[in-house]
Write a protein that binds this ligand. Structure first.
Ligand code: FES
Length: 105
């Protein structure tokens, strides 16, 4: 659909420990990079509910809890799993190559 899809290098995989998340700002995007059991997932960093930053949230398996009002999203799909959030978070296709995490945006 998007002919101008870009492949963007975000960080080194070793910067994101299993079960954790870091914030990465690249090319105008503010992103949360998650390591779920050694697999990498990337979402927008801004919570869809308000001013929360998901990279400041709490990761539990494949769910991230926003530390602002406690809303939760599925890290892999972006779906809301706990209110008060109602709008899914945007997710990005991610891959690891030569130890670096990339997304397609
Ligand atoms: S800002 Fe994230 S739950 Fe309200």
């Amino acid at each position: 659909m998007d002919a101008a899809e870009r492949r963007i290098e975000l960080c080194q995989a070793t910067e994101v420990a299993p079960g954790s998340v870091i914030k990465v700002e690249k090319e105008g995007l503010e992103l949360a990079v998650f390591n779920v059991d050694g697999s990498f997932y990337v979402t927008d960093d801004h919570c869809t509910h308000g001013p929360g930053s998901l990279s400041d949230g709490f990761v539990d398996g494949d769910v991230v809890e926003c530390n602002f009002h406690g809303g939760c999203f599925n890290i892999k799909t972006g779906e809301v799993v706990e209110p008060p959030c109602t709008i899914p978070i945007r997710t990005y296709r991610a891959e690891v190559e030569n130890g670096a995490v990339f997304i397609f945006a």
